[in-house]
Design a protein around this ligand. Sequence first.
Ligand SMILES: Cc1cc2nc3c(=O)[nH]c(=O)nc-3n(C[C@H](O)[C@H](O)[C@H](O)COP(=O)(O)OP(=O)(O)OC[C@H]3O[C@@H](n4cnc5c(N)ncnc54)[C@H](O)[C@@H]3O)c2cc1C
Length: 345
Amino acid sequence: MAAARKNLSALQSGQVSQLLLPFLQLGEDTLDAFEKGLSKAIETDLLAMTVKQRDPAAFEYLRPSSLEEALQYLADLGEDAKIMSGGQSLIPVLNMRLSTPKYLIDIGRVEDLFYIREEDGYLVIGALTKHRDVEFSPLVRKLCPLLIEAVRWIGHPQIRLRGTIGGSIAHADPSAELPCVIAALRGEIVIAHADGEETVTPDEFFLTYLLTSLQPDQMIKELRFPILPETAGYEFTEVSRRHSDFALVEIAAVIDLDENNEITLARLAAGGANPVPCVLEDAEEFLIGKEPTDEVLEEASVLGSEQVEPDSDLHGSVEYRRSLVKALTKRALQTALKRAGGTKG
Ligand SMILES: Cc1cc2nc3c(=O)[nH]c(=O)nc-3n(C[C@H](O)[C@H](O)[C@H](O)COP(=O)(O)OP(=O)(O)OC[C@H]3O[C@@H](n4cnc5c(N)ncnc54)[C@H](O)[C@@H]3O)c2cc1C
């Protein structure tokens, strides 16, 4: 573990590219957790890490053309294999030899996983759908405009053209936008394996920084977002050091009111403020049945900031991140309120 700490501090003090940001967020607390055996796999990756490494270890390249074929590869190869979708997060990881799979299963051409549709009260999106397709989908705009607001914050257009929603959820970066949205909306993640499918909640899926409950023989098939009432207002906002950087802190908010101007629905989640997306349940509960006065929004944002447990790192202290949660929660609620009642931005 001493070597892992040395590697980490070398990364933190060196000239690093944005691609390394997810790994910089492995702070002391996380390393302590790894020491206690929470994630032997990532500990091993850290020990194996060589900062100057720029090329991947040799692997066999496999390109299934159907979901069944991909799942069979996973069943047969297990921990020796790694799935690749858009490659936007995986390729840097391979290049740094943070992961050294024997087989790379490129699912980028599995056409069964490209879709956006409405189904039983949910907006359902296939895992290989690109961020850019979500951003410009009329169906997403109609049924879940919060998602469009969030996706626009992801990297640059070039990243959004290749990156997929399944890859983003599987990568489980605590500052990524989509995990925050799916947590806020109480969406579902459909996981496929050779023997069938199962549906899990974000709470069950995200375990800690870059770690999920996905097993080696499983892959994400689709994401399911509950359709919001047409009258609901929404907002996704974040603070990052530069436009397109990963967020320091981000907030997803949805709010709806009845004819008496009382709040009937409140959905709030923070990203970048915990190892996993944090649903701001105390603030949500507080808002229900209240009129949205400035004092009420202020109190909700204080409750939100008290619920998160951020880590301190190169980019911000615990106190700074907590104060961002408070400020952004209030700002997001104010914008969501302006949009409530059916005035979609
Ligand atoms: C410069 C740059 C800036 C970026 N900025 C942001 C940002 O601001 N916000 C943000 O959220 N993201 C950002 N990203 C990441 C981007 O959104 C990626 O698209 C996303 O994180 C991963 O999607 P992908 O399809 O490229 O996945 P890949 O890189 O192919 O895979 C990522 C991980 O997920 C696994 N995986 C992929 N698909 C599946 C699946 N269907 N089932 C199970 N496991 C799977 C892979 O095995 C791998 O471990 C940025 C990337 C770059 C290069």
